[in-house]
Design a protein around this ligand. Structure first.
Ligand SMILES: Nc1ncnc2c1ncn2[C@@H]1O[C@H](COP(=O)(O)OP(=O)(O)O)[C@@H](O)[C@H]1O
Ligand SMILES: [Mg+2]
Length: 315
């Protein structure tokens, strides 16, 4: 069994907003092993980015625990930056436009007192397919794909055991997406870091992730090996996602089961969060929320799960 790199236990993040409270991440428990990629999927607003921010210490956990390599890092930013790298959707968000590429990549190395920041920056540029001759350029002088490579180089400069990727290819052209995905795969193979890979692009997730967690209104409603979850979803929400477009960006083409609006996140219903849109809803579903049912290496929160044998292609 490989080393557990990340463990969250009942992680909860709340936002106080006009009109109430949003439990953007609500009791999320997950584990991620060295060399493994766990994807987090779900519609916009389900809490994916908030989950990443909480793990990075950028949002305060209202409850629960974050354990990285056996160390409880909940609310403790020291050392976290060395252990966790982040690649955002928009490389402009992780790169300062006034800094050269070399400065951006070297900064975490300098902060963590690396003996040779410049040399390590050159090395990691080569590892990420960047010509070290770009060192003195600025972000706006690079292509979108190159900028994302710089963001990846910066995230990996310190060789963190855990890298969070929040929609890292969503802003890129299709042809560049494949290159960046392959780069992430190659980098993982050579250093066996773990990826928490956030995306609403199910095709990409199928390609890159070993396991997948499906989120709905702050909750993980289904989790398991990617092939199993995609091939035979147990939760009706997962099934509806699979039956929608290959990418959830195409909201206009969602199937009838998902046509309803996502409920107001400020209003907590006593039952299953998906019940307002669920085609399988029965009385029980609106009375109390289902616990996570564990079956082998899979889990789902549903009283009336889709049967793997008879219904997986039924939507
Ligand atoms: N800074 C914030 N203040 C208040 N509410 C927020 C903030 N960030 C996110 N939210 C809310 O939290 C929920 C989850 O958002 P987010 O994590 O960005 O979802 P995702 O990344 O899955 O699209 C949404 O209802 C969103 O409106
Ligand atoms: Mg997001």
């Amino acid at each position: 069994m490989s080393e557990t790199v990340l463990r969250t236990e009942d992680l909860t993040v709340v936002y106080h907003v006009p009109g109430g409270v949003i439990r953007a991440v609500d009791g999320v428990s997950l584990e991620l092993a060295a060399g493994e990629t766990l994807a987090v999927v779900g519609e916009s607003g389900c809490g994916k980015t908030t989950l990443a921010k909480a793990i990075l210490g950028l949002e305060r956990a209202a409850g629960g625990k974050i354990v990285v390599q056996g160390n409880d890092v909940t609310g403790d930013l020291r050392g976290l930056a060395k252990r966790v790298g982040i690649v955002w959707q928009d490389p402009y968000a992780s790169l300062d436009s006034r800094w050269t590429i070399g400065d951006s990549i070297s900064e975490p190395l300098v902060i963590h007192k690396h003996p040779n920041p410049r040399e390590r920056a050159v090395e990691v540029m080569k590892e990420t397919g960047l010509d070290p001759g770009l060192m003195d350029r600025y972000p706006h002088q690079l292509s979108g794909g190159q900028r994302q490579r710089v963001a990846i180089a910066r995230a990996l400069a310190l060789n963190p055991p855990l890298v969070l990727c929040d929609e890292p290819t969503a802003a890129l052209d299709l042809s560049i997406r494949a290159q960046i995905l392959n780069l992430l795969k190659d980098l993982q193979a050579s250093r066996s870091c773990a990826y928490l890979y956030i995306s609403h692009d199910l095709m990409t997730v199928r390609y890159i992730a070993d396991r997948v967690a499906v989120m709905y209104l702050g909750r993980i409603v289904e989790i398991g090996p990617t092939g199993d979850v995609f091939g035979a979803p147990r939760h009706p929400y997962t099934q509806a996602l699979m039956a929608s477009a290959p990418t959830l960006e195409l909201v206009g083409r969602l199937p009838a089961v998902l046509a309803g609006e996502i409920p107001d996140p400020r209003v907590r219903v006593p039952g299953c969060r998906f019940s307002s849109r669920c085609p399988r809803r029965q009385d029980r579903c609106v009375e109390a929320e289902p616990e996570l049912t564990i079956e082998g290496d899979r889990g789902y929160r549903c009283y009336f799960p889709v049967s793997a044998l008879t219904e997986s292609n039924a939507v």
